[in-house]
Design a protein around this ligand. Structure first.
Ligand code: A3P
Length: 324
């Protein structure tokens, strides 16, 4: 038997097994050998029972806010670094390990009835996430929200402009979506970031490689916007939580133009200014371009939803009807 000091041993190990350089965290309580060496002070209960995975600009903050009103549902603490979202599975935070992740969750007062969750909107379209999430949270439920990918792309572009992204400020939406190989590199990067999350069927298939179909709920983001109480009822059913009355808890705020939390005396609490922005309608030219651009993916999504037996969002029906 040969041995070496720890760092040299690790170097040697990773020379022999280079694929193992990237960790894949599992739940220590799912394996007796791991549990036996896991500190007695620690618990595996500070992990989410479900994830809201986005994508960005589909209403994920509204869903997060509505879920948080439910007495049995508790969101992760917000991260001061990554714009409130934990973004554990999708980026460098993953290397911080599961203790870092668990610190974002309270110890549940009742493990069987309390539902912890986190929402990170970039999980949906980051390819490595489903594999990592399924390794740590194999029994978790997964919620994604989809709106017409053309509207999502446009909302995202407006979001970049509102955040003073110099490239988004410099180019029109149409220039961004129609950029090609000869376009400047910065424009191409923005083009990809704008359009790539909208390849819904590809991304959903990645999740289905790691989770069973009955663990995944696809929420119609347009319906979440127009009739959130109905959507929240289906979300509650999917999660198996004690029903909470969202018809009472929410109200439509005329000045915001969106559904908000109902407070006393006819007052409401809405999401901040960055959610539900006002901007001009998308030009018919850009809409036609994106209908064509996303057509194949939308057709695939339709097939996939039929295969899963999940309801078809109205925007998807309309989109394919109008573009056929
Ligand atoms: P816009 O600001 O472009 O209208 P996300 O939270 O995933 O980034 O999504 C933001 C989008 O959520 C907003 O995009 C808005 O259209 C939509 N949304 C849906 N329901 C909402 C609500 N009740 N309040 C505010 N925005 C809501």
């Amino acid at each position: 038997l040969q041995t070496l000091p720890p760092i040299r041993l690790a170097e040697k190990y990773f020379r022999i097994f280079p694929d193992e350089r990237d960790p894949l965290w599992q739940n220590p309580c799912h394996d007796k050998r791991h549990k036996d060496i896991w500190s007695k002070e620690k618990t595996c209960d500070r992990l989410p029972k479900f994830l809201v995975i986005g994508p960005q600009k589909t209403g994920s903050t509204a869903l997060h806010a509505f879920l948080s009103l439910h007495p049995a549902i508790t969101a992760s603490f917000s991260s001061p670094v990554t714009f409130e979202e934990v973004q554990f599975f999708s980026g460098p935070n993953y290397l911080r390990g599961i203790d870092w992740y668990m610190d974002f969750f309270p110890v549940p007062s009742n493990v069987s009835t309390d539902f912890l969750f986190e929402k990170s909107a970039n999980y949906f379209d980051t390819e490595v996430v489903p594999k990592r999430a399924a390794a740590l949270l194999p029994r978790a439920k997964i919620i994604t929200i989809l709106i017409n990918p053309a509207d999502r792309a446009y909302s995202w572009y407006q979001h970049q402009r509102a955040h003073q992204d110099p490239v988004a400020l410099n180019y029109t939406f149409h220039q961004v979506i129609s950029a090609g190989p000869s376009s400047p590199a910065a424009l191409l990067t923005l083009h990809r970031r704008c359009l790539q999350p909208g390849y819904y069927s590809t991304h959903v298939e990645h999740w289905l490689q790691c989770y069973q179909p009955n663990q995944l709920l696809i929420v119609d983001g347009l319906q979440l916007r127009s009739n959130p109480a109905q959507v929240m009822d289906s979300v509650q059913k999917f999660l198996g939580v004690v029903p909470f009355n969202y018809t009472q808890a929410l109200m439509f705020d005329e000045s915001k133009g969106f559904w908000c939390q109902r407070l006393d005396a006819g007052r409401s609490r809405c999401l901040g200014k960055s959610k539900g922005r006002k901007y001009p309608d998308m030009s018919p030219e850009s809409r036609a371009f994106l209908s064509e651009h996303y057509r194949e993916q939308n057709v695939e999504l339709l097939r996939l939803l039929k295969r899963l037996g999940q309801p078809l969002p109205t925007w998807l029906r309309d989109e394919l009807h109008n573009s056929s």
